[in-house]
Design a protein around this ligand. Structure first.
Ligand code: ZN
Length: 297
């Protein structure tokens, strides 16, 4: 039986209007997805010591890609926001003020100025049971000195990776609480020591540690301070370093996908307990790894 014509009809949008509404909703979802993906696809800029600066070099259609140097070292160049931009790592001891990027153009070298503002990082006091890890015996001091030189050379590694843009889309290398932020001015057993140039993630012993982004294993080692360590090269002077591992499962030259496991966490080297120490190196500068992760909600 059909309903009487006087009965109020259920209000429903016309099929065409409904289709348009659905399309709008899909577009909105897509847009939001793109925005959220865009937020994680590249590091956030922080023009402070220990941060990163984007410096525009040329329009994105310029070919070949421009090249630039900072403090004598080549810097990463990427296409971003319709331009070729340098992504410059700013060392923790860089003074605030105006700095210059050398840009190599077909007609010669040009200087592009950019400003770095000051940042004072908080202090962290750490107690180590083993005083020998704070005041080193002569043999340990000599070993640590040699290793610092070796690590310094690795940090300067530059592989252009021709035709391959570095993977800037980082993931957190281990799931855990952030227990030690980048840049902390550290005091061990009451004695001031070098600042904390990485990010500590609290994970138990034996937790899988993943490569933050796609890359190639540059080196592995077992160091006095950093313990069992893996260096991953992401191209154009962007490296990541994973320290205090219990076990290393990769070899130099091995290609790693983003989030591929490279070892297990531990407390090797100078560590107050099991955790992952993760560093990011850009044009030889240790920079804040948190800038490469999606911002906290
Ligand atoms: Zn650390």
């Amino acid at each position: 039986m059909s309903a009487p014509t006087t009965r109020p009809r259920r209000v429903a949008p016309a099929p065409r209007a409904l289709h348009a509404q659905k399309t709008r909703m899909r577009l909105c979802t897509l847009l939001l997805l793109c925005i959220s993906l865009g937020a994680t696809a590249a590091p956030r800029e922080a023009r402070v010591p220990g941060g990163v600066a984007y410096v525009t070099l040329a329009p994105a259609d310029a070919a070949p890609a421009p090249q630039a140097r900072f403090a004598g070292a080549p810097v990463l160049v990427t296409r971003r926001n319709g331009a070729w931009q340098a992504l410059v790592g700013l060392p923790l001891d860089l003074p605030a003020g105006e700095h210059r990027l050398e840009v190599l153009t077909p007609s010669g070298t040009q200087a592009v100025a950019f400003t770095v503002r000051d940042k004072r990082y908080p202090e962290q006091r750490i107690t180590l049971k083993n005083q020998g890890m704070v005041t080193l015996a002569p043999d340990d001091a000599a070993r640590a000195e040699r290793e610092i030189e070796e690590i310094r050379a690795l940090k300067r590694h530059w592989q252009a990776a021709p035709g391959q843009a570095p993977d800037l889309d980082f993931v957190r290398p281990a799931d855990g609480r952030l227990s030690g932020r980048f840049g902390l001015r550290r005091v061990f057993n009451g004695e001031p020591r070098a600042p904390h140039v990485g990010l500590d993630i609290a994970v138990g012993r034996g937790t899988p540690v993943k490569s933050a982004a796609a890359g190639t294993v540059l080196a592995t080692g077992d160091y006095f301070f950093n313990g069992k360590t893996v260096f991953v090269d992401h191209g154009q002077g962007l490296l990541s370093m994973y320290c205090h591992l219990e076990r290393i499962d990769v070899r130099p030259g091995e290609r790693l996908a983003r989030a591929q496991a490279l070892g297990r966490s531990g407390a090797s080297g100078r560590a107050s307990g099991p955790h992952l120490h993760w560093s990011v190196i850009l044009n030889g500068a240790m920079v804040d790894p948190e800038l490469f992760l999606a911002p906290p909600p």
